[in-house]
Design a binder for this molecule. Structure first.
Ligand code: GLN
Length: 540
C-alpha cells in the first residue's frame, strides 16, 4: 500500500451531464476546509484540447485563468470562489495534456524501447497528475472531479486510473462519490432510480464501486427511495445524499451539511469530524438573500445568451452585491444589436454598464456606442479587457476626434491604432497558451480613483490578452481627460484607464472577476456597485 497521509476523493458523474459536479465538489471542499482540513480541488477533462484556451465560449463557456497563467475550465473559478485558495495549472488536466507529455517522453526515449499504451502509460500519467497536489504536502485532502459522464469512451482511462489508485491507496485513503440524477416522471408522479442503478453498474463494469451517491433531484427523496438506491447500488443508506435544486449555488454547502455528506466522507477516510465554522459564509448568504435595495446593471457582450460565458463576472456581481446588501439584476445586452439609434432606449434606465471581455470584430461598434452613451451621461462604467480597449477607442474617436481610431485586432490598417498588438506578441504564430497570461504586477497612480478603491499602490491581477493600450497616444489621451492610472512597472504597459471628471468610469486591461471570492469580493466590483447604487439614488 502506498504510504500517504493525503486523502483523495474522486467525483464522477452519471446519467446526465451538467449536474453540477463542480458545485458539489466545491461545496464538500468548503465543508472540509471549514473543519480545519487543507483542501483543494482538481478537474480532469477528457477532451483532447491541451487546455480550453482555444475553445469558443459557445463550446465551453468561460475560460478561467489562474495566477500562474493556466487557461482552465470554469469549474476552477467555483473552487476559488468557494475556498478562497488560488488554483494553478496542476488543478486542471486534459486528455490532450496527458497524451502530450506521454508522447514527449516517448520522443525523448524515456520508455526504453517499450510499446507505449493506454494502460499503463496513459493511466500512469493520469495517476501522477492526480498525485502532484497531494505530494506537495500542502493539502490534507484532494478532491478530483472527473469531467464527462461514466460510460463515455473518452472517460475510460480516467476511471481506470481511479480504480488503480483506490486499490493502491486503500479505502480509508480514497473514495468515490458518484453524482447522479433521479428524474421525476410527472405522468407517473414518481422519482425514478433505474438510470442511477445503471450508471452505478457501468462504473462497476470498470471495477469502481461508488462509495457515496449524491442524487440531483427536483423533489425530496423519501425513505423508500433512499433504501432502494442503497440496496441496488451497494452503498450505505446514510451515503445516499440528496441534492435538491437550490435557488443559489451558495446554498449547496449548507444543504450538503444537512444531508451529512461531510460526515460520511470523513468517516470513511478515518478523519475526525468537527463542527464546521461557516460563520462568514452564512453571513454572506444571509446578506445575499436579504438585500435592502436593488440595481440594474447592463452586461454588454457578444455571448450574452450563454449563461456560462461570463460566469466569473456574474459571480463577482453576486459577491459585491451581497457585501453592499444590494440585489444586482444583470440585464444582458447583445452588442451586435446595439447601435446609435437604439442605444438610448437600451441603456438610459440602467444604473451601471459593464462592457465584457472578448475577441474579434463582431459586436464591437455596439460596445463603442454604449460606452459613448454612458460616458456622456455620467452612468457608471466598468470595462474589462476588450471593454477597456473599446473605452480607449471610443474616447479617441469622439473626444480626440481621431475618427478611424481602432484596435489593430479589428482593423490592421487603422490610421490611429490606439490599441495595438503587444511587442512580445509580434513573432508568435501558435495560438494555444501564447497570450499574455496570468498574474502581473501593476503600480497604481497616487491619488487616482483606483488607488483609493484598492487602498494600495501595488496590485497583482490576472491577464489574458494580446493587444494593449498604445503608449504613442498616451499623452494625447491623458491631456484630453482620460488618465492612465495603472501601469506595469517593468514594461510600462497601461493596465488601467479612468476618467476623473466622470463619477465612475474605469477600464482595466486585466480580469478582476477571476479574483473575486465569497470571502474576498473584488474591490473594483464593490466600488462599482456602490457607484451604481448612488447613481440610482441620485436619479430618483
Ligand atoms: N481581444 C483583446 C486582446 O486580445 C481582448 C482580450 C480579452 O478581452 N480577454 O487583447
Amino acid at each position: 500500500m502506498t504510504n500517504t497521509t493525503t486523502k483523495y476523493i474522486f467525483v464522477t458523474g452519471g446519467v446526465s451531464s451538467s449536474l453540477g459536479k463542480g458545485i458539489i465538489a466545491a461545496s464538500l471542499a468548503k465543508l472540509l476546509q471549514s473543519q480545519g482540513y487543507r483542501t483543494t480541488i482538481q478537474k480532469l477533462d477528457p477532451y483532447i484540447n491541451i487546455d480550453p484556451g482555444t475553445l469558443n465560449p459557445y463550446e465551453h463557456g468561460e475560460c478561467y485563468v489562474t495566477d500562474d497563467g493556466a487557461e482552465t475550465d470554469l469549474d476552477l473559478g467555483h473552487y476559488e470562489r468557494f475556498l478562497n485558495v488560488p488554483t494553478s495549472q496542476a488543478n486542471n488536466v486534459t486528455t490532450g495534456r496527458i497524451y502530450q507529455s506521454v508522447i514527449d517522453k516517448e520522443r525523448r526515449g524515456e520508455f526504453l524501447g517499450k510499446t507505449v499504451q493506454v494502460i499503463p502509460h496513459i493511466t500512469d500519467e493520469i495517476k501522477h497528475r492526480i498525485q502532484i497536489l497531494g505530494k506537495s504536502g500542502e493539502y490534507d485532502i484532494i478532491l478530483t472531479e472527473i469531467g464527462g459522464t461514466v460510460g463515455d469512451i473518452e472517460s475510460l482511462p480516467y476511471v481506470e486510473a481511479v480504480r488503480q489508485l483506490k486499490w493502491e491507496l486503500g479505502n480509508e485513503n480514497a473514495l468515490v462519490i458518484h453524482l447522479t440524477l433521479i428524474p421525476y416522471l410527472s405522468a407517473a408522479g414518481e422519482l425514478k432510480t433505474k438510470p442511477t442503478q445503471h450508471s452505478v453498474k457501468t462504473l462497476m463494469e470498470s471495477g469502481v464501486q461508488a462509495d457515496i451517491l449524491v442524487c440531483r433531484t427536483e423533489h425530496e427523496l423519501n425513505d423508500g427511495i433512499r433504501t432502494k438506491l442503497a440496496r441496488f447500488c451497494n452503498v450505505k443508506k446514510e451515503s445516499v445524499i440528496q441534492s435538491i435544486d437550490a435557488s443559489t449555488i451558495y446554498d449547496v454547502p449548507n444543504m450538503m451539511l444537512e444531508e451529512g455528506l461531510d460526515k460520511v466522507v470523513l468517516n470513511q477516510l478515518q478523519l475526525e469530524a468537527h463542527t464546521p465554522d461557516l460563520t462568514s459564509w452564512n453571513n454572506f448568504t444571509e446578506k445575499l438573500k436579504n438585500p435592502k435595495s436593488d440595481i440594474v446593471i447592463g452586461l454588454i457582450g457578444k455571448y450574452v445568451e450563454l449563461q456560462d460565458s461570463y460566469k466569473s463576472i456574474l459571480e463577482a456581481f453576486i459577491h459585491a452585491g451581497a457585501a453592499n446588501e444590494v440585489r444586482v439584476k444583470v440585464v444582458s445586452i447583445h452588442s451586435e444589436f446595439l447601435d446609435a439609434q437604439n442605444v438610448k432606449l437600451k441603456i438610459e434606465n440602467l444604473d451601471g454598464v459593464l462592457v465584457a471581455p472578448g475577441f474579434g470584430e463582431r459586436g464591437i461598434e455596439g460596445k463603442i456606442e454604449a460606452i459613448r452613451y454612458v460616458r456622456e451621461h455620467n452612468i457608471p462604467f466598468f470595462g474589462i479587457c476588450l471593454g477597456m480597449q473599446m473605452a480607449v477607442i471610443e474616447f479617441s474617436r469622439n473626444v480626440l476626434n481621431l475618427h478611424k481610431a481602432n484596435s489593430s485586432e479589428m482593423d490592421e490598417l487603422t490610421p490611429f491604432p490606439v490599441i495595438d498588438l503587444m511587442e512580445a506578441q509580434k513573432l508568435i504564430t501558435k495560438k494555444g497558451g501564447t497570450m499574455r497570461l496570468g498574474s502581473w504586477e501593476c503600480n497604481l497612480l497616487e491619488n487616482s480613483k483606483v488607488a483609493t478603491i484598492y487602498n494600495k499602490n501595488i496590485i497583482h491581477e490576472r491577464h489574458r490578452h494580446r493587444y494593449e493600450f498604445n503608449n504613442d497616444f498616451k499623452d494625447q489621451i491623458e491631456n484630453s481627460g482620460m488618465l492612465s492610472s495603472g501601469c506595469n512597472p517593468q514594461t510600462g504597459l497601461v493596465e488601467i484607464v479612468e476618467i476623473p471628471s466622470h463619477p465612475w468610469f474605469i477600464g482595466v486591461q486585466y480580469h478582476p472577476e477571476y479574483k473575486s471570492t465569497v470571502a474576498n469580493p473584488h474591490p473594483l466590483f464593490l466600488s462599482f456597485i456602490k457607484a451604481a447604487l448612488k447613481y440610482k439614488t441620485n436619479k430618483q
